[in-house]
Design a protein around this ligand. Structure first.
Ligand code: NAP
Length: 248
């Protein structure tokens, strides 16, 4: 029997990058997967087919994680379709980088809404079904930047630090109901998000990492599988650093 067989997972923002890697890895471990996308319908369709090829139930939903009403509707639709929701991975995120002196209010608000308010939207909406089921695992994707900061990313760092405080609070509120809530803080993961950086900057990141390489979406996905499964049944309110030793 596979580790996550019989479980149903939601992954937000899975059309590309880390979210895609998480969705595929969860499916490979036997979980049925509902996932969201916003602006990449073709990539979402391809992923839905790939996941179904793993022999599990898979469905793509177009849903803006930053919109509370859409998040509520999404969870209702998933419960109607899959019957249960055991694992929620809040992964959707964006960057709008600028030094604070040049950062617009819009750049700040967009990042906070997509990266942090989305975690509130989805988590609040999934609590009721998880309480009914008397179990659940919520995993929020933060960032090394939320712990140590990064010049040019004050908005992003604030959103990712906010996720850590939110995670710990939810863990305290829901631990007695057998609902666990943990965060993962990836370091430098090679996706389209980091693909916009010039080669010199990328090399600088790689040089600064004790393991001397950027991470892959699968490196993050493997930690998600652990936190989703019974292997981590006594772990809640924690931040798992998947960063090649960057914070050491
Ligand atoms: P990415 O390649 O840019 O992919 C972002 C994903 O989020 C896409 O699937 C996108 O969907 C989706 N998305 C964006 N806004 C959304 C919204 N409002 N509602 C629903 N989905 C939305 O990014 P990534 O590198 O995989 O990053 C994934 C997560 O890991 C983010 O939270 C990021 O902050 C975090 N992270 C990344 C790194 C890194 O080095 N890459 C490091 C630490 C943390 P569409 O394409 O359909 O719009």
């Amino acid at each position: 029997m596979k580790l996550l067989e019989g479980k149903t997972a939601l992954v937000t923002g899975a059309s590309r990058g880390i979210g895609r890697g998480i969705a595929v890895t969860l499916a490979q471990h036997g979980a049925s997967v509902a996932f969201t996308y916003l602006s990449s319908p073709d990539k979402a369709k391809t992923l839905e087919e790939e996941l179904s090829g793993c022999g599990i139930k898979a469905k793509a939903y177009k849903s803006d994680a930053a919109d509370f009403k859409q998040a509520e509707q999404l969870i209702n639709d998933i419960i109607a379709e899959f019957g249960v929701l055991d694992i929620v991975v809040n992964n959707a995120g964006i960057t709008r980088d600028a030094l604070l002196m040049r950062m617009s209010e819009q750049q700040f608000d967009e990042v906070l809404k997509t990266n942090l308010k989305s975690v509130f939207n989805i988590t609040k909406s999934c609590i009721k079904p998880m309480l009914r089921q008397r179990q659940g695992s919520i995993i929020n994707i933060s960032s090394v930047v939320g712990v140590k900061g990064n010049a040019g990313q004050a908005n992003y760092a604030a959103s990712k630090a906010g996720i850590i405080g939110f995670t710990k609070s939810v863990a305290l509120e829901l631990g007695s109901r057998n609902i666990r809530c943990n965060a993962i803080a990836p370091g430098f993961i090679e996706t389209e998000m980091t693909g916009v950086l010039d080669e010199k900057t990328v090399q600088g990141w790689r040089d600064a990492i004790p393991l001397k390489r950027g991470g892959s979406p699968e490196d993050v996905a493997n930690a998600v599988v652990f936190l989703s499964s019974g292997l981590s049944s006594y772990i809640t309110g924690q931040v798992v650093h998947v960063d090649g030793g960057m914070l050491t």
